[in-house]
Design a protein around this ligand. Structure first.
Ligand code: NAD
Length: 494
């Protein structure tokens, strides 16, 4: 066990063991061998991190720095991520099992860009003025909120963490990150990077551990002002209940079961590429996965048989192999959960047209075949619940009205994809979809300036661009009288 990596909390610019000394092992998804011994946080560790973050916020320099100076620090973190990119790539593959082709040129450079992007944006976060005809000048100022608790999931962990840490820091808050217990390695590396970036003590802290023992005390802590959470909808609900007593400000990025609608008039080859990418990339562990495929009935059989051939041809294997397209799922428990949905599909009377189990020749690790389910109805569990694996459920529809009805008939509303060559229909359907994010004739291509987030049970609030600073800053409105406007004189004429 001597070659296990050691992952410790990062509090007040120091790496420390858990107060109660507890640890847990994290596993390599490709073979389920232990790779790290991780500090298991509890309320005592959260207390220490909050104390450090509070002191840094209440009396340290960070929230008081001019925005341009804070931006320089934030940009420096992005540069250090680029400097350490090779190691981050190695750790992220080891921890998450996502193939190198999607990490090396995808999520790790994007994580560096998260810092550059928000560093560039923070000087643009300005107040507004509301002059009142020579009588008043009313204006707003934006200020840091306080101590930010950031709770992140295990899918594309480094991207998720940096997507929150960068705007939280740029906005002048101090931060406590609680990364997912199944993928803690890159959060540990981020702490090393931030130590190298020389931020003041207490500005950035990491507490590792399980949701119930490390996440819950962070949410309940009266010294924490805001919680940005990405994860499952049911976890989000538990967090909101737990944060109610201390009236937390919440941003919630939750689950999805996003429709991918293919009309007969679409460029079917591109729609096929988009449908495949949108559900099988990132091992299918993607919140915006287009996991419900709705295909117009006149082209359904042809489209689905071409799709099935491509799904069978997807290369599953070692995530370190540049040719691999789908790697192992994160954890044996998650493998069981995804596999359980195959039993549900059979019991509901749907057909496993492709895949549905462990791929041949990969007896170890959490490998799961890219799977295509047909013969499903939209009211089945497999069409309504988030499976969060490489599993696509395909269903036909007749016309535009039915496509919209099926697409919206789900409790989630994160993303939706529409493929059509009819411009008017693209916009019409795009605007009528109950989703926070819609792409027309495209897979998920992010523009960081745009608001990101979900409708319905997929989330509350938006992050991205200046919308992130609506969440990570507090607004004060100052009203200034310019002259002697009338003031009612209560009790004056007695
Ligand atoms: P999860 O909800 O199980 O865990 C997410 C984080 O919450 C982890 O750090 C976990 O330790 C913590 N947590 C769990 N219980 C907690 C509690 N009671 N109090 C405080 N913290 C707690 O989610 P996951 O399985 O890690 O991630 C997969 C889910 O995340 C999927 O549903 C996926 O759709 C969603 N997701 C959403 C987005 C988005 O932007 N909408 C992005 C990525 C992932």
């Amino acid at each position: 066990m001597t070659d296990l990596l050691t992952v410790r909390h990062f509090i007040n610019n120091e790496f420390v063991d858990a107060h109660e000394g507890g640890t847990f092992e994290s596993l390599n998804p490709a073979n389920n061998q232990p790779i790290a011994r991780v500090a298991s946080g509890s309320a005592a560790d959260v207390d220490a991190a909050v104390a450090a973050a509070r002191t840094a916020f209440d009396s340290g320099p960070w929230p008081r720095l001019p925005a341009a100076q804070r931006a320089r620090h934030v940009r420096r973190i992005g540069e250090l991520i680029e400097k350490h990119a090779a190691e981050l790539v190695r750790l992220e593959i080891l921890d998450s099992g996502v193939p190198i082709s999607q990490i090396k040129d995808g999520t790790i450079p994007r994580s560096a860009y998260n810092f550059h992007f928000f560093a560039d944006l923070i000087p643009q976060v300005v107040g507004e003025a509301f002059p009142v005809e020579g009588r008043f000048l009313n204006y707003t100022v934006r200020k840091p909120v306080g101590v930010a608790g950031l709770i992140t999931p295990w899918n594309i962990p480094f991207m998720q963490e940096t997507w929150k840490v960068a705007p939280a820091l740029a906005g002048g808050n101090t931060v406590i990150l609680k990364p997912a217990e199944w993928a803690p390695l890159t959060a540990h590396k981020l702490a090393e990077i931030i130590q190298e970036a020389d931020l003041p003590p207490g500005v950035f802290n990491v507490v590792h551990g399980y949701g119930e023992t490390a996440g819950a005390p962070l949410v309940a802590h009266p010294g924490v002002q805001l919680i940005s959470f990405t994860g499952e909808t049911t976890t989000g609900q538990a967090i909101m209940r737990n944060g109610a007593a201390t009236l937390k400000r919440f941003s919630m990025e939750l689950g999805g079961k996003s429709p991918n609608i293919v009309f007969a008039d679409a460029d079917l080859e591109r729609a096929l590429d988009g449908a495949l990418f949108q559900v099988y990339s990132l091992n299918g562990e993607r919140c915006t996965a287009g996991s419900r495929l709705l295909v117009q009935d006149s082209v359904y059989d042809e489209f689905v048989s071409r799709l099935a051939a491509r799904v069978r041809a997807i290369r599953v294997g070692d995530p370190n192999d540049p040719a691999t397209e789908v790697g192992p799922l994160i954890h044996p428990d998650h493998w069981q959960r995804v596999a359980g949905y195959m039993d549900v599909a059979r019991a509901e009377g749907a057909s496993l047209r492709v895949g549905g189990g462990r791929p041949a020749g990969l007896p170890d690790g959490n490998y799961f075949e890219p799977t295509l389910i047909t013969g499903a109805r939209n009211d089945m569990c497999i069409a309504q619940e988030e499976i969060f694996g490489p599993v696509l459920v395909a269903m036909p529809f007749h016309g535009e009205a039915e496509a919209l009805r099926l697409a919206n008939d789900v409790r989630y509303g994160l993303a939706a994809y529409v493929w059509t060559s009819d411009l008017g229909r693209g916009h019409r359907v795009g605007q009528a979809l109950e989703a926070g994010l819609v792409w027309i004739n495209s897979q998920n291509v992010r523009d960081l300036r745009t608001p990101f987030g979900g409708a319905k049970h997929s989330g509350i609030g938006r992050e991205g661009g200046l919308y992130s600073f609506d969440f990570y800053t507090e607004l004060t409105t100052v009203h200034v009288a310019l002259g002697a406007h009338p003031i009612p004189r209560l009790g004056a004429d007695r």
